[in-house]
Design a protein around this ligand. Structure first.
Ligand SMILES: Cc1cc2nc3c(=O)[nH]c(=O)nc-3n(C[C@H](O)[C@H](O)[C@H](O)COP(=O)(O)OP(=O)(O)OC[C@H]3O[C@@H](n4cnc5c(N)ncnc54)[C@H](O)[C@@H]3O)c2cc1C
Length: 394
Protein backbone atom coordinates (compact mmCIF):
# COMPACT_ATOMS: atom_id res chain seq x y z
CA UNK A 1 0.00 0.00 0.00
CA UNK A 2 1.41 3.40 -0.97
CA UNK A 3 1.75 5.94 1.83
CA UNK A 4 -0.17 9.10 2.52
CA UNK A 5 2.43 11.77 1.72
CA UNK A 6 2.48 15.06 3.65
CA UNK A 7 4.53 17.79 1.97
CA UNK A 8 5.84 20.32 4.50
CA UNK A 9 6.76 20.04 8.18
CA UNK A 10 5.31 23.31 9.48
CA UNK A 11 2.46 23.40 11.97
CA UNK A 12 -0.01 22.49 9.20
CA UNK A 13 1.82 19.37 8.02
CA UNK A 14 2.58 18.07 11.50
CA UNK A 15 -0.93 18.81 12.79
CA UNK A 16 -2.46 16.70 10.02
CA UNK A 17 -0.04 13.88 10.94
CA UNK A 18 -0.98 14.10 14.62
CA UNK A 19 -4.71 14.25 13.90
CA UNK A 20 -4.42 11.29 11.54
CA UNK A 21 -2.67 9.22 14.21
CA UNK A 22 -5.48 9.89 16.68
CA UNK A 23 -7.75 8.02 14.24
CA UNK A 24 -5.41 5.52 12.60
CA UNK A 25 -2.17 4.23 14.08
CA UNK A 26 -0.80 2.25 11.18
CA UNK A 27 -1.48 3.57 7.64
CA UNK A 28 1.92 4.26 6.08
CA UNK A 29 2.79 7.95 6.30
CA UNK A 30 5.67 9.79 4.64
CA UNK A 31 6.56 13.39 5.48
CA UNK A 32 8.66 15.18 2.85
CA UNK A 33 10.08 18.55 3.75
CA UNK A 34 12.56 21.02 2.31
CA UNK A 35 13.84 22.05 5.77
CA UNK A 36 15.34 20.02 8.62
CA UNK A 37 11.91 18.94 9.90
CA UNK A 38 12.37 20.32 13.42
CA UNK A 39 9.09 21.29 15.04
CA UNK A 40 8.78 24.84 16.38
CA UNK A 41 5.98 27.26 17.06
CA UNK A 42 6.25 29.87 14.30
CA UNK A 43 4.20 32.52 16.20
CA UNK A 44 7.02 32.55 18.79
CA UNK A 45 9.40 34.08 16.22
CA UNK A 46 8.05 37.59 16.74
CA UNK A 47 8.09 37.29 20.55
CA UNK A 48 11.43 35.62 21.10
CA UNK A 49 14.01 38.44 21.13
CA UNK A 50 12.74 40.08 24.31
CA UNK A 51 13.08 36.67 25.99
CA UNK A 52 16.57 36.37 24.52
CA UNK A 53 15.71 33.08 22.80
CA UNK A 54 18.09 31.74 20.21
CA UNK A 55 16.73 29.74 17.26
CA UNK A 56 17.81 26.43 18.82
CA UNK A 57 15.85 27.26 22.00
CA UNK A 58 12.64 27.34 19.93
CA UNK A 59 12.87 23.79 18.56
CA UNK A 60 10.48 21.60 20.51
CA UNK A 61 11.22 18.34 18.70
CA UNK A 62 13.64 17.18 16.04
CA UNK A 63 12.51 15.56 12.78
CA UNK A 64 13.42 12.13 14.20
CA UNK A 65 11.38 12.73 17.36
CA UNK A 66 8.42 13.95 15.31
CA UNK A 67 8.64 10.96 12.95
CA UNK A 68 8.62 8.61 15.96
CA UNK A 69 5.72 10.49 17.56
CA UNK A 70 3.50 10.24 14.47
CA UNK A 71 4.83 6.87 13.29
CA UNK A 72 5.97 8.24 9.92
CA UNK A 73 8.99 8.06 7.67
CA UNK A 74 10.47 11.46 7.09
CA UNK A 75 12.58 12.85 4.28
CA UNK A 76 14.18 16.14 5.27
CA UNK A 77 16.10 18.56 3.05
CA UNK A 78 14.01 17.30 0.16
CA UNK A 79 12.27 19.64 -2.21
CA UNK A 80 9.11 18.58 -4.00
CA UNK A 81 9.14 19.77 -7.60
CA UNK A 82 5.64 18.66 -8.56
CA UNK A 83 3.04 15.94 -8.20
CA UNK A 84 2.50 13.70 -11.19
CA UNK A 85 -1.24 13.19 -10.87
CA UNK A 86 -1.36 10.75 -13.83
CA UNK A 87 1.02 8.25 -12.20
CA UNK A 88 0.33 9.22 -8.54
CA UNK A 89 3.93 10.16 -7.81
CA UNK A 90 5.46 12.99 -5.81
CA UNK A 91 8.50 14.14 -7.78
CA UNK A 92 11.37 15.46 -5.64
CA UNK A 93 15.07 16.23 -5.93
CA UNK A 94 15.66 12.92 -4.09
CA UNK A 95 13.55 10.72 -6.35
CA UNK A 96 9.91 9.96 -6.99
CA UNK A 97 7.49 8.62 -4.36
CA UNK A 98 4.22 6.86 -5.09
CA UNK A 99 1.29 7.96 -2.97
CA UNK A 100 -2.21 6.93 -2.05
CA UNK A 101 -3.11 10.48 -1.00
CA UNK A 102 -1.19 13.72 -0.64
CA UNK A 103 -1.50 16.66 1.77
CA UNK A 104 0.16 19.88 0.62
CA UNK A 105 1.31 22.12 3.49
CA UNK A 106 3.99 24.22 1.79
CA UNK A 107 3.37 27.50 3.57
CA UNK A 108 3.99 30.96 2.15
CA UNK A 109 6.91 33.13 1.17
CA UNK A 110 7.77 36.67 2.17
CA UNK A 111 6.82 39.37 -0.34
CA UNK A 112 9.89 41.32 -1.50
CA UNK A 113 9.33 45.01 -2.12
CA UNK A 114 10.96 46.59 -5.14
CA UNK A 115 13.39 48.92 -3.36
CA UNK A 116 16.28 50.68 -5.05
CA UNK A 117 19.82 51.00 -3.69
CA UNK A 118 23.05 49.04 -3.35
CA UNK A 119 21.93 47.52 -0.01
CA UNK A 120 18.36 46.59 -0.96
CA UNK A 121 19.37 42.91 -1.08
CA UNK A 122 20.35 43.06 2.60
CA UNK A 123 16.70 43.41 3.69
CA UNK A 124 15.76 40.43 5.87
CA UNK A 125 12.42 38.81 6.50
CA UNK A 126 11.51 36.25 9.16
CA UNK A 127 9.06 33.54 8.12
CA UNK A 128 11.02 30.48 9.24
CA UNK A 129 13.22 29.44 12.13
CA UNK A 130 16.26 29.61 9.83
CA UNK A 131 15.42 33.26 8.99
CA UNK A 132 15.20 33.96 12.70
CA UNK A 133 18.62 32.36 13.26
CA UNK A 134 20.14 34.61 10.59
CA UNK A 135 18.38 37.67 12.01
CA UNK A 136 19.72 36.92 15.53
CA UNK A 137 23.20 36.39 14.12
CA UNK A 138 23.14 39.78 12.40
CA UNK A 139 21.77 41.53 15.48
CA UNK A 140 24.57 39.97 17.56
CA UNK A 141 27.16 41.21 15.06
CA UNK A 142 26.02 44.83 15.59
CA UNK A 143 26.40 44.78 19.38
CA UNK A 144 24.02 45.28 22.30
CA UNK A 145 21.60 47.82 20.89
CA UNK A 146 20.98 47.58 17.17
CA UNK A 147 19.18 50.19 15.07
CA UNK A 148 16.48 48.18 13.31
CA UNK A 149 14.13 49.58 10.67
CA UNK A 150 11.01 47.51 10.15
CA UNK A 151 9.07 47.87 6.90
CA UNK A 152 5.37 47.21 7.48
CA UNK A 153 3.30 48.01 10.57
CA UNK A 154 0.82 45.17 10.16
CA UNK A 155 0.46 42.33 12.66
CA UNK A 156 3.94 40.89 12.24
CA UNK A 157 5.73 44.25 11.91
CA UNK A 158 4.08 45.58 15.09
CA UNK A 159 4.88 42.37 16.98
CA UNK A 160 8.54 42.52 15.96
CA UNK A 161 8.73 46.25 16.76
CA UNK A 162 7.37 45.76 20.28
CA UNK A 163 9.53 42.68 20.86
CA UNK A 164 12.76 44.22 19.56
CA UNK A 165 12.20 47.46 21.50
CA UNK A 166 11.57 45.29 24.58
CA UNK A 167 14.95 43.67 23.93
CA UNK A 168 16.64 47.09 24.02
CA UNK A 169 16.98 47.79 20.30
CA UNK A 170 16.24 51.11 18.63
CA UNK A 171 13.32 50.50 16.31
CA UNK A 172 11.89 52.57 13.47
CA UNK A 173 8.61 51.31 12.05
CA UNK A 174 7.68 52.40 8.50
CA UNK A 175 4.26 51.97 6.90
CA UNK A 176 2.30 53.67 4.11
CA UNK A 177 -0.87 53.76 6.25
CA UNK A 178 -1.48 56.62 8.69
CA UNK A 179 -1.72 54.24 11.68
CA UNK A 180 -0.24 50.88 12.70
CA UNK A 181 -2.36 47.75 12.13
CA UNK A 182 -4.57 49.84 9.82
CA UNK A 183 -5.62 46.95 7.57
CA UNK A 184 -6.75 44.75 10.46
CA UNK A 185 -8.04 46.96 13.27
CA UNK A 186 -10.42 49.91 13.65
CA UNK A 187 -8.98 53.37 14.19
CA UNK A 188 -9.60 53.44 17.96
CA UNK A 189 -7.52 50.30 18.48
CA UNK A 190 -4.78 51.44 16.07
CA UNK A 191 -4.54 54.73 17.97
CA UNK A 192 -4.13 52.85 21.26
CA UNK A 193 -1.42 50.69 19.74
CA UNK A 194 0.32 53.72 18.25
CA UNK A 195 0.42 55.29 21.72
CA UNK A 196 1.83 52.14 23.28
CA UNK A 197 4.53 51.77 20.61
CA UNK A 198 5.57 55.41 21.02
CA UNK A 199 5.79 54.93 24.81
CA UNK A 200 8.05 51.95 24.12
CA UNK A 201 10.45 54.37 22.39
CA UNK A 202 9.71 53.17 18.86
CA UNK A 203 10.00 55.81 16.12
CA UNK A 204 7.00 55.71 13.80
CA UNK A 205 7.36 56.77 10.18
CA UNK A 206 3.78 56.44 8.95
CA UNK A 207 2.16 57.50 5.68
CA UNK A 208 5.40 56.76 3.84
CA UNK A 209 7.48 53.95 2.34
CA UNK A 210 11.14 53.07 1.89
CA UNK A 211 12.29 54.17 -1.54
CA UNK A 212 15.96 53.14 -1.37
CA UNK A 213 18.47 51.45 0.91
CA UNK A 214 22.16 52.23 0.53
CA UNK A 215 25.33 51.28 2.35
CA UNK A 216 26.46 54.20 4.51
CA UNK A 217 29.68 55.68 3.11
CA UNK A 218 31.61 55.15 6.35
CA UNK A 219 31.00 51.60 7.54
CA UNK A 220 28.61 48.63 7.69
CA UNK A 221 25.49 50.63 8.48
CA UNK A 222 22.59 51.21 6.11
CA UNK A 223 20.79 54.35 5.08
CA UNK A 224 17.09 54.00 4.39
CA UNK A 225 15.62 56.83 2.35
CA UNK A 226 11.89 57.26 2.79
CA UNK A 227 9.46 58.64 0.25
CA UNK A 228 8.71 61.54 2.64
CA UNK A 229 12.36 62.64 2.34
CA UNK A 230 13.54 61.33 5.75
CA UNK A 231 16.80 59.42 6.05
CA UNK A 232 16.93 56.64 8.65
CA UNK A 233 20.25 55.14 9.72
CA UNK A 234 19.95 51.45 10.45
CA UNK A 235 22.10 48.43 11.24
CA UNK A 236 19.42 46.09 9.95
CA UNK A 237 16.27 46.35 7.87
CA UNK A 238 13.51 43.81 8.46
CA UNK A 239 10.68 43.52 5.96
CA UNK A 240 7.28 42.54 7.35
CA UNK A 241 5.13 43.60 4.42
CA UNK A 242 3.27 40.33 4.03
CA UNK A 243 3.34 36.80 2.75
CA UNK A 244 2.27 35.16 -0.48
CA UNK A 245 1.16 31.48 -0.60
CA UNK A 246 3.71 29.21 -2.27
CA UNK A 247 2.05 28.21 -5.52
CA UNK A 248 4.83 27.11 -7.89
CA UNK A 249 4.65 23.42 -6.98
CA UNK A 250 0.85 23.39 -7.21
CA UNK A 251 0.74 25.09 -10.61
CA UNK A 252 3.45 22.75 -11.91
CA UNK A 253 1.18 19.89 -10.81
CA UNK A 254 -1.82 21.31 -12.69
CA UNK A 255 -3.79 22.20 -9.54
CA UNK A 256 -6.19 25.13 -9.57
CA UNK A 257 -4.89 28.18 -7.76
CA UNK A 258 -5.99 31.72 -7.16
CA UNK A 259 -4.28 33.68 -4.35
CA UNK A 260 -3.67 30.29 -2.74
CA UNK A 261 -4.16 26.65 -3.69
CA UNK A 262 -7.92 26.32 -4.06
CA UNK A 263 -9.56 23.80 -1.74
CA UNK A 264 -13.19 22.88 -1.28
CA UNK A 265 -15.08 22.56 2.01
CA UNK A 266 -13.42 19.15 2.60
CA UNK A 267 -9.88 20.43 2.02
CA UNK A 268 -9.62 18.77 -1.41
CA UNK A 269 -7.74 20.51 -4.22
CA UNK A 270 -8.91 20.30 -7.83
CA UNK A 271 -7.04 16.96 -8.20
CA UNK A 272 -8.32 13.68 -6.81
CA UNK A 273 -6.76 12.51 -3.51
CA UNK A 274 -4.77 15.72 -3.06
CA UNK A 275 -5.53 18.02 -0.12
CA UNK A 276 -4.04 21.34 1.01
CA UNK A 277 -4.12 23.51 4.12
CA UNK A 278 -2.20 26.16 6.02
CA UNK A 279 -0.58 29.27 4.58
CA UNK A 280 -0.48 27.86 1.03
CA UNK A 281 -4.23 27.21 0.83
CA UNK A 282 -7.23 29.29 -0.09
CA UNK A 283 -10.12 28.12 2.08
CA UNK A 284 -13.79 28.05 1.25
CA UNK A 285 -15.45 30.11 3.97
CA UNK A 286 -19.08 30.72 4.92
CA UNK A 287 -21.26 31.60 1.95
CA UNK A 288 -18.87 29.93 -0.50
CA UNK A 289 -16.31 32.78 -0.59
CA UNK A 290 -12.62 31.87 -0.89
CA UNK A 291 -10.05 33.29 1.51
CA UNK A 292 -6.38 32.89 2.37
CA UNK A 293 -6.22 32.55 6.18
CA UNK A 294 -2.58 32.54 7.27
CA UNK A 295 -3.24 31.82 10.94
CA UNK A 296 -3.05 28.86 13.29
CA UNK A 297 -6.74 28.53 14.22
CA UNK A 298 -8.03 27.78 10.68
CA UNK A 299 -5.26 25.30 9.94
CA UNK A 300 -6.06 23.37 13.16
CA UNK A 301 -9.72 23.04 12.12
CA UNK A 302 -8.67 22.09 8.58
CA UNK A 303 -6.16 19.51 9.86
CA UNK A 304 -8.84 17.76 11.94
CA UNK A 305 -11.24 17.57 8.99
CA UNK A 306 -8.59 16.54 6.46
CA UNK A 307 -7.31 13.75 8.74
CA UNK A 308 -10.83 12.26 8.72
CA UNK A 309 -11.23 12.77 4.98
CA UNK A 310 -7.92 11.01 4.28
CA UNK A 311 -9.56 7.97 5.89
CA UNK A 312 -12.62 8.13 3.66
CA UNK A 313 -14.98 10.38 5.63
CA UNK A 314 -16.55 13.59 4.31
CA UNK A 315 -15.99 16.07 7.10
CA UNK A 316 -16.47 19.75 6.34
CA UNK A 317 -13.84 22.27 7.47
CA UNK A 318 -16.10 24.21 9.80
CA UNK A 319 -14.39 27.58 10.16
CA UNK A 320 -15.96 29.52 13.03
CA UNK A 321 -14.99 33.16 13.70
CA UNK A 322 -11.89 33.13 15.85
CA UNK A 323 -9.86 36.12 17.01
CA UNK A 324 -6.53 37.04 15.47
CA UNK A 325 -4.28 37.77 18.45
CA UNK A 326 -1.70 40.51 17.97
CA UNK A 327 1.10 39.67 20.39
CA UNK A 328 2.19 43.20 21.24
CA UNK A 329 2.74 43.02 25.03
CA UNK A 330 2.60 46.84 25.28
CA UNK A 331 -0.99 46.77 23.98
CA UNK A 332 -2.27 43.24 23.26
CA UNK A 333 -4.99 43.27 20.61
CA UNK A 334 -7.58 40.64 19.64
CA UNK A 335 -9.55 41.11 16.40
CA UNK A 336 -12.24 39.20 14.58
CA UNK A 337 -12.09 41.12 11.30
CA UNK A 338 -15.37 41.67 9.46
CA UNK A 339 -15.61 40.34 5.90
CA UNK A 340 -14.28 42.64 3.18
CA UNK A 341 -17.77 43.08 1.69
CA UNK A 342 -19.18 44.06 5.11
CA UNK A 343 -16.40 46.61 5.64
CA UNK A 344 -17.54 48.75 2.73
CA UNK A 345 -21.08 49.20 4.07
CA UNK A 346 -20.91 48.78 7.84
CA UNK A 347 -19.60 50.78 10.80
CA UNK A 348 -17.39 50.37 13.85
CA UNK A 349 -18.80 51.42 17.23
CA UNK A 350 -16.32 51.91 20.05
CA UNK A 351 -16.63 51.98 23.84
CA UNK A 352 -13.91 52.63 26.38
CA UNK A 353 -14.23 50.87 29.74
CA UNK A 354 -11.61 50.97 32.50
CA UNK A 355 -8.82 51.51 29.99
CA UNK A 356 -10.09 48.72 27.69
CA UNK A 357 -11.12 49.70 24.16
CA UNK A 358 -13.84 47.54 22.61
CA UNK A 359 -14.89 48.16 19.00
CA UNK A 360 -17.79 46.25 17.50
CA UNK A 361 -18.43 46.10 13.76
CA UNK A 362 -22.05 46.20 12.54
CA UNK A 363 -22.79 45.36 8.91
CA UNK A 364 -25.32 47.12 6.67
CA UNK A 365 -28.17 45.10 8.26
CA UNK A 366 -27.01 46.05 11.73
CA UNK A 367 -25.66 42.59 12.53
CA UNK A 368 -22.53 42.27 14.64
CA UNK A 369 -19.94 40.79 12.27
CA UNK A 370 -16.59 41.49 13.93
CA UNK A 371 -14.89 43.04 16.91
CA UNK A 372 -11.57 44.29 18.17
CA UNK A 373 -10.50 44.62 21.79
CA UNK A 374 -7.36 45.83 23.55
CA UNK A 375 -5.88 45.19 26.01
CA UNK A 376 -7.71 41.87 25.99
CA UNK A 377 -7.96 38.79 28.14
CA UNK A 378 -9.54 35.37 27.67
CA UNK A 379 -12.72 36.34 29.58
CA UNK A 380 -13.37 39.37 27.39
CA UNK A 381 -12.66 37.47 24.17
CA UNK A 382 -15.06 34.71 25.20
CA UNK A 383 -17.77 37.24 26.00
CA UNK A 384 -17.38 39.01 22.65
CA UNK A 385 -17.24 35.72 20.73
CA UNK A 386 -20.52 34.70 22.41
CA UNK A 387 -22.08 38.02 21.33
CA UNK A 388 -20.87 37.38 17.78
CA UNK A 389 -22.19 33.80 17.80
CA UNK A 390 -25.67 35.07 18.69
CA UNK A 391 -25.68 37.04 15.43
CA UNK A 392 -24.02 34.41 13.22
CA UNK A 393 -26.32 31.65 14.44
CA UNK A 394 -29.47 33.82 14.35
C1 LIG B 1 6.59 35.97 12.89
C2 LIG B 1 5.25 35.31 12.75
C3 LIG B 1 4.35 35.38 13.82
C4 LIG B 1 3.09 34.79 13.69
N1 LIG B 1 2.22 34.87 14.74
C5 LIG B 1 1.01 34.27 14.65
C6 LIG B 1 0.08 34.29 15.73
O1 LIG B 1 0.33 34.88 16.78
N2 LIG B 1 -1.12 33.65 15.61
C7 LIG B 1 -1.43 32.99 14.45
O2 LIG B 1 -2.52 32.41 14.37
N3 LIG B 1 -0.58 32.93 13.40
C8 LIG B 1 0.64 33.54 13.47
N4 LIG B 1 1.50 33.48 12.41
C9 LIG B 1 1.11 32.69 11.22
C10 LIG B 1 1.33 31.19 11.49
O3 LIG B 1 2.55 31.00 12.14
C11 LIG B 1 1.27 30.45 10.16
O4 LIG B 1 -0.06 30.60 9.67
C12 LIG B 1 1.57 28.96 10.27
O5 LIG B 1 2.72 28.70 11.05
C13 LIG B 1 1.75 28.37 8.85
O6 LIG B 1 2.11 27.03 8.93
P1 LIG B 1 2.28 26.16 7.60
O7 LIG B 1 2.60 24.78 8.09
O8 LIG B 1 1.13 26.35 6.70
O9 LIG B 1 3.53 26.80 6.84
P2 LIG B 1 5.09 26.81 7.16
O10 LIG B 1 5.35 26.88 8.61
O11 LIG B 1 5.68 27.86 6.30
O12 LIG B 1 5.62 25.38 6.69
C14 LIG B 1 5.84 25.09 5.33
C15 LIG B 1 6.66 23.83 5.23
O13 LIG B 1 6.74 23.45 3.85
C16 LIG B 1 8.09 23.12 3.52
N5 LIG B 1 8.28 23.34 2.08
C17 LIG B 1 8.14 24.49 1.40
N6 LIG B 1 8.37 24.28 0.09
C18 LIG B 1 8.61 22.96 -0.06
C19 LIG B 1 8.89 22.10 -1.18
N7 LIG B 1 8.91 22.56 -2.43
N8 LIG B 1 9.10 20.79 -0.95
C20 LIG B 1 9.05 20.28 0.32
N9 LIG B 1 8.78 21.04 1.40
C21 LIG B 1 8.56 22.36 1.22
C22 LIG B 1 8.90 24.06 4.42
O14 LIG B 1 10.22 23.59 4.56
C23 LIG B 1 8.09 23.97 5.72
O15 LIG B 1 8.44 22.83 6.43
C24 LIG B 1 2.76 34.09 12.50
C25 LIG B 1 3.66 34.03 11.44
C26 LIG B 1 4.90 34.63 11.56
C27 LIG B 1 5.88 34.57 10.40
Amino acid sequence: MHPIVIIGSGIAGYTVARELRKLDKTSPLLIITADDGGFYSKPMLSNACAHNKQAKDLINQTAEQMAAQVNASSLTGTKVDHIDTATNKVVTNAGNFEYSKVVIALGAQAIRLPIAGDAAAQVLSVNHLDDYALFREQIAATGESARITILGAGLIGCEFADDLAGAGHKVTLVDPNPLPLAALAPQAISLGLQDALLKRGITLQLGTTASSIHKAPDGDALQVTLANGSLVNADLVLSAVGLRPKLRMATASGLQTDRGILINAYGETSAANIYALGDCAQYQVTGGAQQVLPYIAPLMVAARAIARNLLGESTVIDLKPSPVIVKTPSFPVAVVPPGIKDLANGRWETELNDGVTISRFFDASNRLSGFAVAPHDARLRTRLLAELAEFTEA
